[in-house]
Ligand binder design. Structure first.
Ligand code: 4AD
Ligand code: MG
Length: 429
């Protein structure tokens, strides 16, 4: 058995091959059926000529609709008119599973494609996105392991709210209330006292009510935390990690990137250092572009787009005002109105893909903040303990996997960066 990718090559011309897959397109003319077959690796035309295959095979080939699963045997030939330049001239054509009329045809509404997501994920675009995503994840994992980070497995059910407490999903947990994790950060922080450098890949949950092209209610979150690291070191890790992820996607998925209309050359050019722009500079720049912002304005999709639309490389925005970020970040001694933190924005208008910071080590400061927010201190006692027993400077960040996939695959909407997007309107299928 071969894969379609293996068969699409000059060395294979004249060879006998066996393939299996699904009918992607089919038409017949006279005594010939032209069936385009797809498998995990690509598409190829199979011509089934009456008389060249058993009669029964020809009848099945003529009536098999798209998405029928088939096994074929035949000889590889060059054919300029066929997609990819090669075809297989069948000597056998066996239908394994006939398909009912497929509910997805060309030009479907977004809603229908979401209702039929379990079938739409068979599309070539979704196939390509899934492979690029896997290559990005592999690039990240390889980088972490080469740099002595230990992969750890933090809990998903928690009682803490590292980020905005208004976006917590509450669950019934036996006879108590608990939340779905927004971030593994606090647990990763606890693990650095033994492992020093850790990372995790977990689902994170945000009950985001707004429908935007860059928010999911459930997304995959790659987070790292390292002892003895300041915010500059933290940004250096981010530059190297993102570069390693892109390099691996370019290496493993050049065809998939092209199918998605992403020129791999634009990704190959991306390497450290990435520009660092102070929050204040970002405000000045946005004002120069006529935007109505001032000190204390948050950077939303529009502002991030303005900053990055003409950029070729990602850019860090550093030292946000404290009122815009969570309590666990370390105060910036050079400007105590701000934190030692950064957001990494992807170029071409895509915006935030990473949020990170050096962590506060002064418990008094964190307690004051939590009290002001009216948080239940009992839930944070363990977290505050971490500063009592051998506290060390440390930093970390969280990277939204679907955010980086959206950018790398040039997607219009983050829902296409995940097979089953969870949004305010949808948990089916
Ligand atoms: O900026 P965020 O909220 O930061 C944290 O959660 C930190 N505790 C992470 C850490 O330091 N360990 O989220 C981190 C990243 C964002 O930059 C974004 O890429 C992604 O997670 N993200 C989302 N992705 C998809 N849908 C959403 N609703 C997202 N919210 C955040
Ligand atoms: Mg953020």
């Amino acid at each position: 058995m071969s894969s379609i990718k293996q068969v699409l090559s000059k060395d294979m011309v004249g060879k006998k091959v066996q393939l299996r897959g699904w009918i992607y397109r089919t038409r017949s003319s006279g005594g010939i059926v032209f069936a385009v077959l797809r498998d995990a690796t690509g598409i190829i035309q199979v011509t089934v000529k009456k008389g060249n295959v058993p009669d029964h095979d020809f009848e099945d080939a003529a009536k098999a609709a798209i998405e029928s699963s088939v096994m074929i045997e035949g000889e590889v030939a060059e054919d300029k008119r066929a997609p990819g330049g090669f075809e297989v001239r069948a000597s056998r054509f066996t239908v394994v599973g006939f398909s009912e009329p497929f509910p997805i045809t060309e030009y479907q509404s977004t809603e229908l494609l979401l209702d039929q997501r379990h079938l739409w994920i068979r599309s070539r675009e979704q196939n390509a996105v899934a492979k690029v995503k896997a290559a990005l994840l592999k690039g990240a994992r390889d980088w972490f392991h080469e740099n002595d980070y230990v992969e750890v497995t933090p809990p998903i059910v928690t009682a803490v709210a590292p980020e905005d407490s208004t976006t917590l999903f509450q669950i019934k947990y036996f006879d108590r209330i608990a939340y779905l994790s927004q971030s593994a950060q606090f647990y990763l922080e606890s693990l650095i006292f033994s492992l020093e450098k850790v990372y995790s890949l977990t689902p994170s949950f945000r009950a985001e009510k707004s429908r935007t092209p860059r928010h999911l209610a459930e997304y995959w979150h790659m987070e790292m935390e390292a002892a003895w690291m300041d915010n500059e070191g933290n940004m250096e890790v981010q530059e190297q990690l993102v570069t390693a992820m892109l390099q691996n996607a370019v290496k493993e998925c050049p065809m998939e990137l092209q199918l998605l209309k992403r020129d791999p050359a634009t990704l190959r050019k991306i390497e450290p250092p990435f520009e660092r722009m102070k929050y204040q500079e970002a405000m000045d720049y946005l004002q120069s572009k006529g935007q109505d912002v001032r000190w204390g304005s948050d950077l939303g999709a529009i502002e991030e787009r303005t900053i990055t639309v003409d950029k070729q490389l990602p850019v860090f925005i550093v030292n946000y005002p404290k009122e815009l970020k969570p309590f666990y970040m370390k105060e910036n001694p050079e400007d105590p109105r701000t934190y030692k933190n950064s957001d990494l924005l992807a170029p071409e208008g895509y915006g935030e893909i990473i949020g990170g910071s050096e962590r506060e080590t002064d418990n008094a400061r964190m307690i004051a903040w939590l009290e002001e927010k009216g948080e239940n201190m009992d839930n944070y006692k363990w977290y505050l303990d971490l500063r009592k027993y051998g506290s060390v400077p440390h930093s970390g960040f969280g990277l939204g996997i679907e955010r980086i996939v959206t950018w790398v695959c040039k997607l219009d909407h983050i829902r296409d960066a995940i097979p089953y997007p969870r949004t305010v309107a949808r948990v089916y299928p």
